[in-house]
Write a protein that binds this ligand. Sequence first.
Ligand SMILES: Nc1ncnc2c1ncn2[C@@H]1O[C@H](COP(=O)(O)OP(=O)(O)O)[C@@H](O)[C@H]1O
Ligand SMILES: [Mg+2]
Length: 254
Amino acid sequence: MAETEPVITAHNFSFFYGEHCALKQISLEIKRNQLFIVMGPSGSGKTTFLRSLNRLGDLISDTRHEGSLKINGVDVYDPRVDVADLRRRVGMVFALPVALPMSIFNNVAHGPRMQGIRNPKQLEEIVEKALRDAILWDEVKDRLGDHASHLSGGQLQRLSIARVLALEPEIILLDEPTSGLDPISTLKIEELLWELVERYTIVMVTHNPLQGARIDSETAFLLMGELIETGPAYDVFTRPKDKRTEDYVSGKYG
Ligand SMILES: Nc1ncnc2c1ncn2[C@@H]1O[C@H](COP(=O)(O)OP(=O)(O)O)[C@@H](O)[C@H]1O
Ligand SMILES: [Mg+2]
């Protein structure tokens, strides 16, 4: 696949919960090694978009889609797609960090073990690398056996990211990953994302326009299931094309 080819392509993609259309004919492209921000008020379809990318939406009954949503040119809804493999390749980090009720080490080793990796040496290497890449290693290397629930909120969120990294994904989805964090922990996650985007394609949802503004990257504004506009964060914030985007970035939607 050529470097310039988009990794993710949505073309007139719609998603329905029963009769309710939560995404309305979305078309967009996300390039490799891009940090792509999806912003918009609550209920605009941001989570629905992320869940479509790794088909977590399938787990909800009475849902369906229209149009196409492709990763590396293959529709994620193609019946030939191995959904378990898709979810490994397209890892998801949620708003509230969720630690498995086990040690820090086992939290990161759990996924690779489920994939059949049993060799202790190999697991140690995977865990160390994932924790280093998540910029958490130095803080936890002396207490890998501690229960993960002893970590702070910011550390837990980096642990969630380490768990995704341990599976060697291609794309990382983050759904409001800093919404429960203090400003310092938030900055750490943002700095981490800038390091990770050198190697991964990242799609991050935020309902906080300020977060989008701090992070200079491609930005999409969703409103009630409609894609209002996309563009570099700087343009979207300083010279939005659409009045509704302007209202949002200036805080009128609260
Ligand atoms: N599991 C679900 N069942 C039915 N409707 C849902 C479900 N999840 C989300 N929706 C609806 O889809 C719309 C978009 O929701 P969501 O994608 O969660 O928005 P956001 O993440 O931007 O807040 C909302 O109207 C919401 O009520
Ligand atoms: Mg959401």
